[in-house]
Design a binder for this molecule. Structure first.
Ligand SMILES: NC(=O)c1ccc[n+]([C@@H]2O[C@H](COP(=O)([O-])OP(=O)(O)OC[C@H]3O[C@@H](n4cnc5c(N)ncnc54)[C@H](O)[C@@H]3O)[C@@H](O)[C@H]2O)c1
Length: 331
């Protein structure tokens, strides 16, 4: 893929999605310049240093012509956002309070990070004449809509996380409508894959638990469904969206395959036994609060308008993920 933009600002670049994006960007365009803004609440400097050499910024200066720089800052800091965006061609805004369950514990913090933090970077983009802005949204804004989810379905979030991501989408739309900033919001479904060692999402959690000899927990009857998507497909969607000529758009980014958590766990169990001789143990727990029952999305719009296509099969992606954890990530 030819990369148009040379100077990338990636918020949350020390995290799972951010690190994977940076790895791919550097492979595609070794001479590009990447500035990461991260408060290191989730990812770490060491995570980033495993990808490449990192310059840790003492003060926020102009963006270098090439190389990776880490600015340790919180996205709630508007001044840092304004300085960090100077010279960027594109902002990929990934930093967030991630996930439904953390948002239930701290809804105000969730709002501050995901709404105010997002507006800070939209403002920074506007004032620094940044060309493109890609926002990591989620299926959570939709809430309990009957699947397949589409971009036109009415949003009725059932968690603070869903509400804060919906507000982020709304501000992206508003900044395109009011200021012409070319924003794209991508609604990721449930992302899994290598490098997810710190993630609390179900695939990474189950693998970690199995490797530690612990039972994993199926909440409720385990028949709740998700649209599991490999990290490679998320990264290709981010790179495609960053170069898209259309602004003010929302896209569902998923695989169109509905899989229950119990069926995914059966696959994992089989893979763990074949790859590591491990016998996974399952216990049942109460249903999680604000857990959507069925979730899978229609990706016609991303296919036709973005020209994006997911390429990874779930079983094969889980095998790769288990092998990666066996080599790197017992935690
Ligand atoms: N992974 C998924 O399954 C999934 C699904 C849907 C949407 N998303 C969205 O994609 C984005 C990236 O997710 P991820 O899986 O890489 O998450 P992650 O937790 O691995 O990474 C997030 C990064 O953001 C940083 N961060 C968090 N709060 C911050 C703050 N206030 N200021 C500065 N940095 C902060 C963390 O330190 C971390 O390095 C998030 O916006 C998330 O909501 C992820």
């Amino acid at each position: 893929m030819v990369i148009k933009h040379k100077k990338w600002l990636v918020t949350g670049g020390c995290g799972f999605v951010g690190g994977s994006l940076i790895r791919k960007l550097l492979a595609a365009e070794p001479g590009c310049s990447i500035r990461v803004v991260d408060n290191l609440s989730g990812g770490t400097l060491e995570d980033l240093e495993q990808i490449t050499e990192v310059h840790v910024a003492g003060t926020i200066g102009t963006m270098a012509e090439s190389g990776v720089e880490l600015v340790k800052a919180d996205i709630r800091d508007a001044e840092a956002a304004m300085q960090a965006a100077a010279g960027a061609d594109v902002i990929v805004h990934l930093a967030a309070n991630t996930g439904v369950q953390p948002s239930l514990k701290k809804p105000v913090m969730d709002m501050e990070c995901n709404v105010i933090g997002t507006v800070n970077y939209l403002e920074a983009a506007r004032h620094n004449s940044v060309q493109d802005f890609v926002f990591a949204s989620s299926s959570a804004p939709i809430g309990t809509a009957e699947p397949p989810i589409t971009e036109t379905a009415a949003c009725r979030p059932i968690s603070p996380y869903g509400a804060s991501k919906l507000a982020g989408e709304a501000y992206c739309s508003a900044y395109y409508g009011s200021y012409g900033l070319k924003t794209v919001a991508l609604r990721f479904s449930n992302v899994y894959g290598p490098f997810s060692v710190r993630k609390g999402s179900v695939v990474a959690l189950f693998i970690r638990q199995a490797l530690a000899g612990e039972a994993w927990t199926l909440n409720g009857d385990g028949r709740q469904t998700r649209d599991f998507i490999h990290i490679d497909d998320i990264v290709s969607a981010l790179m495609t969206a960053a170069e898209s000529p259309y602004g003010g758009e929302i896209y569902q980014i998923s695989t169109q395959v509905e899989t229950s958590v119990a069926d995914m766990a059966d696959m994992l169990s089989d893979i763990l036994e074949k790859e590591a001789g491990l016998k996974a143990r399952t216990v049942f727990g109460p249903p999680l609060n604000a857990d959507v029952r069925r979730s899978w999305a229609d990706i016609t719009k991303a296919r036709t308008r973005l020209g994006w296509e997911p390429g990874r099969d779930l079983r094969e992606g889980l095998e790769e993920t288990v092998r990666w954890f066996l080599q790197h990530g017992k935690g």
